[in-house]
Unconditional design. Structure first.
Length: 247
């Protein structure tokens, strides 16, 4: 009995040591992965990387991690703007991605996930960069400009369109718009135009109210999947395959 107790004690101690070593290894691996992602994506700050699953060491031995979560607080995405001021980047906030089946090289210099899904947000002030930045003539003596974006409720964006009529004055009209994703482009399309200006020139007004923002590149090569208007901006979903984390 005494020998059995000693054996059990040794097994428990070894188990505890294994768990401690495993967790320490995870900590250092997460730190190293975060540094490599920062360098690969040219980020201003170090992202958060969380390696899921237990034990970690057996995953390392196999050369593949089951589940890795990545959180980038702020990402400046290269853009291609149609109809706007031509901003070269757009700020994407709280980009969170869950990577599955992450394979890495023997020296840990590169890592690629089989699949990835995630979410992020674009504030309305950032999306507004895609709209025309200066008042634009839509008819003789009439100029219009989108001056603000906000949550319109029911999944719509409310665009504030300022219309200036020479000799009369300026009026701001609320325009409810639908936001969609086509490829890697976020598109804003007015549902209805204010009746006071529809008769002037529908197509010209739409050149003001309707605009789009193409996001040329997202971390690891993930792509836009869907978009939804929310209180502080638009919430986006992303997804991808063969997503490069580092290298």
């Amino acid at each position: 009995m005494r020998g059995l107790r000693i054996l059990l004690t040794v097994v428990v101690i070894l188990g505890i040591l294994f768990v401690v070593v495993d967790r320490v290894a995870v900590y250092f691996a997460e730190d190293e992965a975060a540094s490599k992602v920062k360098t690969t994506e040219n980020l201003a700050s170090t992202p958060d990387v969380s390696i899921k699953g237990f034990p970690f060491l057996t995953q390392v031995a196999s050369g593949e991690l089951d589940d890795v979560e990545l959180n980038i607080k702020t990402y400046q995405a290269p853009t291609n703007t149609t109809g706007g001021a031509g901003a070269s980047t757009i700020r994407i906030d709280d980009l969170k991605a869950q990577m599955k089946d992450v394979k890495f090289s023997g020296d840990y210099s590169s890592a690629t996930a089989a699949t990835a899904t995630g979410s992020a947000s674009i504030s309305y002030d950032q999306l507004l960069k895609a709209a025309k930045s200066e008042p634009t003539s839509v008819f003789t003596g009439v100029k219009a400009q989108i001056v603000g974006l906000s949550d319109g409720g029911d999944g719509k964006i409310k665009a504030d369109m300022k219309v200036t009529v020479a000799g009369v004055g300026t009026t701001t009209y609320p325009v409810l718009s639908t936001v969609t994703v086509v490829g890697n482009t976020v598109k804003v399309h007015a549902d209805n135009l204010p009746k006071l200006v529809v008769d002037l020139a529908d197509s010209r007004i739409r050149s003001i109210t309707d605009f789009q923002q193409t996001i040329d590149e997202l971390p690891g090569g993930v792509k836009l999947d869907s978009v939804q208007a929310a209180q502080g901006g638009v919430d986006i979903k992303v997804k991808g395959s063969n997503v490069r984390l580092a290298g």
